[in-house]
Write a protein of this length. Structure first.
Length: 129
């Protein structure tokens, strides 16, 4: 098999295409979450944090600790929003009640071993069922 054929087979695998679609959708969804956090959540956070403190601009020497702190706070807020919206809220709608599967075996009354449901004789003790 040539390199071209191997590459074509690799690209056309389902998991590669699924991964590409997931990356594109994830990027678009990330923009939605960022807009939600910037437009709704962070203004609510300003009611809790004082607005006169410019903590994102804190600098010690050449180190911009405020930028790191700001990115960390943004990450934690976005992670919290994703957790609450996707896992807790939308997870309730996605739960499906599991239906118990019909039994495929039964217990032999003589030896208490499991035998197929349609069996007429136990394969372990050969008693009639």
């Amino acid at each position: 098999m040539s390199l071209k054929d191997e590459f074509k087979a690799f690209i056309l695998k389902g998991n590669v295409i699924d991964l590409a679609v997931a990356v594109v959708i994830g990027g678009a969804f990330g923009k939605i979450i960022t807009a939600f956090v910037d437009g709704i959540v962070m203004p609510l956070v300003t009611y809790v944090l004082p607005t006169n403190i410019k903590w994102e601009e804190w600098v010690i020497g050449k180190f911009r600790f405020g930028a790191v702190l700001g990115a960390t706070v943004n990450f934690l807020v976005i992670a919290l929003v994703i957790f609450l919206v996707l896992i807790k809220f939308l997870g309730r709608f996605g739960k499906k009640e599991e239906v118990a599967a019909a039994p495929t075996t039964k217990e032999c009354p003589a030896c208490l071993e499991q035998v197929p449901l349609l069996a007429t004789r136990c394969k372990h003790c050969t008693s009639n069922l």
